[in-house]
Design a protein around this ligand. Structure first.
Ligand SMILES: [Zn+2]
Length: 329
């Protein structure tokens, strides 16, 4: 049976995609039905890749930008209502899929746009934003962490001493996390510094996830989680999305095989219920094509994972069911 066939009944969910914001920044139509080979995601390639649910990032900077991107997402879904639908919950995703539509879930990257006003978080939630991370990596109060996140390859001892020197969450971060707990809105820990990561895991009561990153044990990049962090995330019911960015996959030899290593390692460390996909399509350096190189190629990943011995039940979970769980009301 070919890979596409065997995945037919499987819900496929990509937990991080920057295509809308990249199109906006470049002045192109903020519309996934606009087919432009310069992007890694569009409607026909989502269909070819068998994607049922796409987390679309709609803002990392200010409220004006988020407002424009959220409107664009709704307009896109209104104009192409047979193909795309904004969804807020797992049951809405399932209903959209039953009707043959791809579910679009709105997410934000960082909470800089809130300007430390919790009202804006509530309003974004009312508009359908369902996953929010705390920072896009910067430091200072609007980033919700005091110190910047290191970005790059880093040795374990250096990483550990940096964690000890770093200051974590700001008071507004605690306020936001409490509100997210009340709303049952998952917090995304991608980009956060290690000190803040542990503060969230130790104390936060909202659902947790890490939408796009890799395993530090296999690639010493700061955007990889250590095994210890992965175990703690899983213990809290969290899900980690493995990213397709070459620099996160392997330091010297990024390839489909090394990407499979990332999935296999994450499954070993966290168990089958806590691993998913967070491609970061259209979110990384143009010259470093992700692996797989666009969303239409997702089938090659599932096929390769199957060959690596990942059983069908586990494959189904990591393809989408695990991330869908965090949207259960
Ligand atoms: Zn990111």
């Amino acid at each position: 049976m070919c890979a596409e066939r065997s995945m037919e009944e499987t819900l496929v969910l990509d937990a991080h995609c920057d295509s809308l914001i990249l199109r906006h920044v470049r002045g192109d139509p903020v519309d996934l039905t606009d087919e432009n080979p310069v992007y890694q995601v569009d409607l026909s390639r989502l269909r070819k890749g068998g994607v049922d649910c796409l987390f679309c990032m709609v803002g990392d900077y200010d409220l004006g930008q988020s407002s424009v991107l959220i409107d664009a997402a709704y307009e896109m879904c209104r104009m192409h209502a047979d193909d795309l639908q904004i969804c807020r919950t797992a049951s809405e995703v399932r209903a959209a899929n039953a009707g043959g539509r791809i579910a679009i879930v709105l997410t934000i990257e960082g909470q800089k746009m809130l300007g430390e006003r919790i009202e804006h978080l509530r309003n974004l939630h009312r508009l359908g934003v369902r996953v929010a991370n705390l920072t896009h990596g910067g430091g200072g109060r609007p980033e919700l962490q005091y110190d910047v996140s290191y970005f790059g390859f880093i040795a374990p001892q250096e990483r550990e001493s940096l964690r000890r020197q770093s200051k974590g969450l700001t008071p507004f971060a605690w306020e936001a996390l409490a509100e997210m707990a009340r709303l049952r809105m998952p917090v995304d820990l991608a980009h956060i510094n290690d000190a803040a990561f542990w503060e969230v895991l130790d104390i936060a009561e909202c659902p947790v996830c890490y939408t796009h990153g890799c395993c530090y044990a296999l690639c010493p990049h700061s955007r990889g989680l250590t095994d210890e962090m992965m175990v703690a995330l899983a213990a809290k019911g969290g899900v980690m999305g493995i990213a397709f960015y070459r620099k996160f996959i392997h330091q010297t030899d990024p390839s489909l095989d090394r990407l499979c290593d990332q999935f296999v390692h994450a499954i070993e460390v966290m168990g089958p219920d806590h691993v998913g996909i967070g491609s970061d399509f259209d979110g990384t350096e143009r010259l470093l094509y992700p692996i797989p190189e666009d969303v239409s190629q997702l089938g090659i990943l599932f096929e390769a994972l199957g060959k690596r011995g990942v059983d069908k039940v586990t494959l189904r979970k990591l393809a989408g069911d695990n991330f869908l769980r965090i949207l259960e009301a």
